[in-house]
Design a protein around this ligand. Structure first.
Ligand code: ATP
Ligand code: MG
Length: 317
């Protein structure tokens, strides 16, 4: 039984279909990455899954419930098993980190001491225990993002939806977030959908990748299948190259002075410079393409949920 089902989802704004018939299934314990260009409807898809936006056509269920058919009060209750990491951190500026992370617990009137303890545990997971009494304005963008993640997992939900969890983060913090996503899956069997532009993260964390373009799924498969895809659009996306039709006419750009480098022959017998031999070094379009190798998932040994902390020696924020 899938944890998430999306059937023929259509969402329009001002008559334009941002999602033009998207269908997908996410199985229990699966991590699905959704990749796609900016403005292609990824956030709209996540918001439709969690019931923040109602579909114009089609049907969405999560944990066997159709949130769109519920009253607002029922939705709030149903969402207690679902964590949502917003694209911006979406923290409350006037609340401390503790109040932000523990927000759902305050609403449930959990005793203050219990809240503080739980919040502390989640902050430890994202390497931010020391920031518990600070305000969002005192934190860097990366730290705010991690607070948003701590808030999403405060109740150790069965499903977590991540909207760009690593965008704008430094490589070390990105790795911390990726490790958290992997460990939630391995140790708690959490089902996740991770919307991202970060191709490397998608290959590292996901069991399956779905690629969206202009509101439609254009490719779907395991990281290995996506990497081996002969679809031109897919290859251009994962290697970060513009399609021919999108290339800027460089003749319209101002001329950049070229750097001349004297080339020396490295032959053992003749180390003398070759008179007049010059090479014009220009930015090359033929840069080697890095190979993306998916990292194997952490072994699912049984450990208490609160027993894991990311190996984050120096949270950079
Ligand atoms: N509430 C809204 N009202 C009107 N248009 C909207 C609304 N939300 C999204 N859109 C439009 O839907 C399209 C897709 O937006 P969405 O935020 O899903 O893109 P995205 O794929 O998440 O992009 P990014 O990678 O930049 O976050 C955009 O053209 C956006 O302007
Ligand atoms: Mg988005």
């Amino acid at each position: 039984m899938p944890v998430i089902t999306v059937d023929n989802l259509v969402k329009r704004f001002a008559g334009r279909a941002v999602l033009a018939g998207v269908s997908l299934r996410v199985e229990p314990g699966e991590t699905v990455a959704v990749l796609g260009r900016s403005g292609t409807g990824k956030s709209v898809l996540l918001k439709s899954i969690i019931g923040l936006m109602d579909p114009d056509e089609g049907r969405v269920t999560i944990l066997d419930r159709d949130l769109h058919a519920m009253s607002e009060a029922e939705r709030l209750h149903a969402r207690k098993d679902i964590g949502y990491v917003f694209q911006g951190a979406a923290l409350f500026d006037s609340l401390t980190v503790q109040e932000n992370v523990g927000f759902a617990l305050y609403q449930l009137r959990v005793p203050e001491e219990e809240i503080r303890e739980k919040v502390r545990e989640r902050l430890r997971m994202v390497g931010l225990e020391h920031a518990i009494d600070q305000y969002p304005s005192e934190l860097s963008g990366g730290m705010q993002k991690r607070v948003g993640l701590a808030r999403a997992i405060i109740n150790l939900p069965k499903v977590v939806l991540y909207d760009e969890p690593t965008t704008g983060l430094d490589p070390v913090t990105t790795d911390v977030i990726n490790q958290i996503i992997l460990r939630l899956r391995a140790k708690l069997g959490v089902t996740s959908v991770v919307v991202t532009h970060d191709v490397k993260s998608a290959f590292t964390i996901s069991d399956r990748i779905i690629m969206l373009d202009q509101g439609r799924i254009v490719a779907e498969g395991t990281p290995e299948q996506i990497q081996a895809s002969d679809n031109t659009w897919v290859q251009h996306f994962i290697h970060g190259r513009a399609l021919e039709s999108e290339r800027v006419d460089t003749k319209l750009l101002p001329v950049v002075p070229r750097v001349s480098v004297r080339v020396r022959r490295a032959a053992a017998a003749d180390n003398a410079p070759i008179a007049g031999a010059e090479r014009r070094d220009t930015p090359s379009a033929a840069m080697p393409i890095p190979t993306l190798t998916p990292t194997p998932l952490a072994s699912p040994e049984v450990v208490e949920p609160d027993d894991f902390t990311p190996n984050d020696e120096s949270p950079a924020g």
